[in-house]
Design a protein around this ligand. Sequence first.
Ligand code: BG6
Ligand code: MG
Length: 221
Amino acid sequence: PLKAFIFDLDGVITESAEYHYLAWKALAEELDISFTREFNEELKGISRMDSLDKILTRGGRMNDFTQEEKDSLATKKNEHYRTFIKKITPDDVLPGIEPLLAEIRSRGLKIGLASVSKNAADVMNSLRLTEEFDVIVDAATISKSKPDPEIFLTAARLLNVAPSECIGVEDAAAGVTSIKGAGMFAVGVGSAETLAEADLIYANTSLLSYEEILAEFEKRT
Ligand code: BG6
Ligand code: MG
């Protein structure tokens, strides 16, 4: 039986994925590395340092910086990112998310968050959603970033449910890989092309339907 939903944060609960995109794009362009939305898909769900490495590799500049310089590039991106998230309010919860959370809660199911972002706690507080979640697993709790399944497995363990009793919700290809690697049912939010591995895909959060997700979950498990 279904016992829990585990959500990604950036790009699922709120539009902060766009802020990550803008902040990385600014840094990449400063380094004369081209940055496209298509390439950005490869960064979604990936930790800060892994993202920087991917950008430097793309620009053929992997060996141009010392670790210290890389740390300061990552800090610079984060400071830029933080100017965006400072403005987040409860109005920035994406459409469809609050009704879905209410529906999940009314069925007596558990709710978890699985975000590799070191800013996750701040974003959740700004959205005033922290109390709505039974567990929040972020960068501080895990050692491996998505696409590794560790983060979704950790959330399930802390919720005291089996992975097969969980549904994971993600906007990133790396996130869907993490959910499937954990042995969970995956709901993707975004393009069917990018999220092909998901069990069920919605173009955006306003289309999320509890009844439909439940029906698909019961069919496939
Ligand atoms: C993920 C985002 O949630 O968090 C990535 O999808 C981001 O784009 C990652 O790089 C790490 O975030 P932060 O806030 O620790 O730099
Ligand atoms: Mg995301």
